[in-house]
Ligand binder design. Structure first.
Ligand SMILES: N#Cc1c(-c2ccc3ccn(Cc4ccccn4)c3c2)n[nH]c1N
Length: 263
């Protein structure tokens, strides 16, 4: 497959949603391999303990180190099925064989904020591993240990607090996998999408032309493609200025027409 993704979680069924729709088809087509691992499979006490109280006191619980190290070693050892059953990996396809480390993404409120640029970077990698924490997070020594075996990326999906890393991992896996060539049905829709060139997308319409007395903007029915392109760009600039002026600040290649639209 072009990319293999492993996810470790105490709620593996949370990730079942990824098997549906786009990603499911890409997996069926062999473009993507997705393996979800239950952290509790790497515990051996009667209660399958994954957490304990924090050294130094404080509220909540901390995820124990050993189960995480065992789960990640299983994945490093090719336990994600990357080797088993596949044709012999030629040089460059198998991280372990050529020595480039797999990427370990650790969702965390204290991570770097995920964005489209990071999604594009991750889409070019061979093997992504997502470590979904719960409770107050994972024993720091796991992160320190993992840094020797993975390229380590603590990542946050935004400035709000979640209860764990599963939802964040699904967000990142969806944003990354749709950038893999062939995974999304219609590649054209990748080029025009918003956040690609820093502007939000323009308003979209489909039949009927008059819906409950509301008309589609005349220009869109005109067939004048240059005028339509200009109208769409103007709407994108207007919307971005209105909703996300911070994105506009970043743009430095606005044309005369662009500035006119922002007046
Ligand atoms: N990505 C991302 C996240 C998270 C996130 C990710 C992983 C974990 C594992 C446990 N918790 C609960 C928790 C709450 C408070 C302080 C520490 N930990 C997580 C929260 N919150 N917000 C984001 N954008």
């Amino acid at each position: 497959p072009q990319m293999s993704i492993d996810v470790v979680s105490i709620f593996p069924e949370y990730l079942a949603g990824l098997q549906l729709s786009l990603i499911g088809k890409a997996v069926d087509r062999g473009q993507l391999s997705l393996n979800v691992h239950d952290l509790r499979d790497f515990t051996f006490d009667r209660h399958n303990t994954v957490d304990d109280s924090p050294y130094g006191g404080g509220a909540g619980m901390v995820m124990k180190a050993e189960p995480w190290a065992l789960a990640l070693e299983h994945i490093l050892g090719g336990g994600s099925g990357a080797e088993e059953g596949d044709s012999l990996p030629s040089a460059g396809t198998d991280d372990a064989a050529v020595g480039s480390k797999p990427t370990l993404i650790v969702p965390s409120p204290a991570g770097q904020v995920f964005d489209q640029r990071i999604a594009e970077d991750l889409a070019g990698r061979d093997h992504l591993v997502f470590a979904c924490g719960r409770y107050e997070g994972i024993d720091q020594r796991v992160i320190d240990w993992a840094g020797e075996h993975f390229e380590l990326l603590p990542m946050s999906i935004g400035d709000y607090v979640l209860n764990g890393g599963e939802v964040a991992s699904m967000v990142m896996i969806e944003a990354v996998s749709r950038l893999i060539p062939g995974v999304i049905g219609n590649p054209e829709s990748l080029t025009e999408e918003s956040h690609e060139d820093g502007l939000l997308e323009y308003p979209i319409y489909t039949k009927p032309a008059n819906w409950r007395g509301r008309e589609v903007p005349e220009i869109l029915l005109s067939g004048n493609h240059a005028a339509i392109a200009r109208w769409r760009r103007d709407r994108r600039l207007e919307r971005t200025a209105e909703v996300r002026p911070d994105l506009l600040e970043k743009l430095d290649d606005l044309s005369k027409d662009d500035r006119a639209a922002l007046e």
